[in-house]
Design a protein around this ligand. Structure first.
Ligand code: HEC
Length: 164
């Protein structure tokens, strides 16, 4: 009953739901329906094209995590921005910027390949303001969102292995 009252106020609603999230169910959504591993990495599993989320629970608050999932373009951490180059033959490649100096640019492309470019062979090179991550606003329901956020909040670094 109390929950219903809180949820009449749209702003408080998501926060109230998030408190009821279940990390184990969230893990299942992350790995299944959400397909988050296509781009993200946790404890050595998954892809390197998006940010590694192994210790995201230490870095971000619940509300920030929720926002990242519902509206990925709103706020992008500087180091997570996508970089795009266009070659002189017109090919466009985007990915994570690994390194850049006066003459060359190294990217990790969307298939996790290391790509190196000489600036003199490029027509354009710049950061992209939009996130390649889709919004999950219409893909996850409120409960699934709360569960995924609980799971992310629980990620506090590499799982310690007990020595044999
Ligand atoms: C198509 C690739 C892709 C998919 C699929 C994807 N993400 Fe992302 N995600 C990214 C990229 C790239 C960024 C960095 C840019 C940004 O902040 O939007 C990001 C950023 C984030 C962040 C913010 C990280 C930070 O340091 O603040 C969170 C949290 C996140 N994703 C969670 C998820 C979850 C949960 C799912 C699945 C429901 C998911 N992502 C699916 C590519 C993806």
């Amino acid at each position: 009953m109390k929950m219903k009252l809180v949820c009449i106020m749209a702003l408080a609603c998501s926060a109230a739901f998030a408190q009821t999230g279940d990390a184990a169910r969230g893990k299942a959504v992350f790995e299944g329906k959400g397909q988050c591993f296509t781009c993200h990495r946790i404890n050595g599993n998954g892809s390197r094209t998006g940010p590694d989320l192994t210790d995201i629970g230490n870095l971000r608050k619940q509300e920030q995590l929720e926002k990242s999932i519902l509206d990925p373009d709103a706020e992008i951490d500087r180091q997570n921005r996508t970089y795009r180059v266009v070659t002189s033959t017109g090919e466009t490649i985007s990915g994570r910027l690994l390194n850049m100096d006066a003459f060359s640019i190294q990217l990790l492309d969307s298939k996790e390949r290391l790509r190196s470019f000489t600036k003199s062979n490029l027509k354009e090179w710049a950061f992209v303001e939009k996130s390649p991550m889709p919004s999950f606003k219409d893909k996850l329901n409120a409960q699934e969102l709360a569960d995924v956020v609980s799971y992310l909040v629980s990620l506090k670094g590499i799982e310690e292995r007990i020595a044999p």
